[in-house]
Design a protein around this ligand. Sequence first.
Ligand SMILES: NC(=O)c1ccc[n+]([C@@H]2O[C@H](COP(=O)([O-])OP(=O)(O)OC[C@H]3O[C@@H](n4cnc5c(N)ncnc54)[C@H](O)[C@@H]3O)[C@@H](O)[C@H]2O)c1
Length: 254
Amino acid sequence: MEQTSRVAVVTGAGSGIGAAIAREYAAAGAQVVVADLDGGRADAVAAEIQTAGGRSVAVEMDVTRREGFLATFAAARSAFGGVDVLVNNAGTGQNGGIRGLDDQTWERTVAINLSSVYYGCQLAAQEMVPRRAGSIINIASRAWLGWYGQFAYAATKGAVVSATRSLAIELAKYGVRVNCIAPGLIDTPLMQSLDQPVKDKLMEAQPTGTLGTPEDVAWAASFLASPAARAVTGQTLYVCGGKSIYARPAARGR
Ligand SMILES: NC(=O)c1ccc[n+]([C@@H]2O[C@H](COP(=O)([O-])OP(=O)(O)OC[C@H]3O[C@@H](n4cnc5c(N)ncnc54)[C@H](O)[C@@H]3O)[C@@H](O)[C@H]2O)c1
């Protein structure tokens, strides 16, 4: 995977998928900035990486604010000299149909899931284009294809997929690759916070019949950040147990 001596910033890395990506990158030799709204959780993940012999710093930041990214990139430059890989992972899960959606939830979902990607990608482009190298990975969701009770969530994740494709075109000539990962149901605190009917329906439609782990997503993020993915840009890699193909439970033959 060859992350050695590369510098990665992972947002929302204090929990779930982001923490798994941070650990995976660090285990491969990368220097990792663990960024999260919850400074305590970010500190804990960075400390765990250091204890395991890796190099990591924690930053308490808010992805809904440009200042949060400015502080995070400044920390990466100061600790490790720059940013080679950005994983826009921090996100929130909204569920419930449009009839129960309120303005505050809508705006918060857009801010955390989408405005964050705008700020992060813009700063990453400024950092990576002059060096003619870099990899940006945006964590979308299989839900962008559409799903029960996920109006706001699916809308923001669809926008992330679309923005990724446009940015990949814009930055390709500068050697900067931009890709998405679209997880299915992954066992994290966010997934556990979903209403039971939503979880049940999501699980029913996962053809493998198994719940994904944060490490499943981290391995995909590892590939996309690596030289092995040098010809891959503008793509959405599904880590969803086949849910994106819309197989029904009966198709599993169970
Ligand atoms: N778990 C799943 O089933 C699943 C499926 C598809 C996509 N995803 C996506 O994966 C990503 C990670 O999800 P997860 O399941 O690991 O969630 P999680 O709730 O376990 O972790 C999310 C982390 O993001 C941080 N965070 C939240 N708001 C933030 C903000 N404003 N600024 C900085 N950090 C903030 C939280 O503190 C938390 O540590 C999200 O983008 C989510 O939409 C998850």
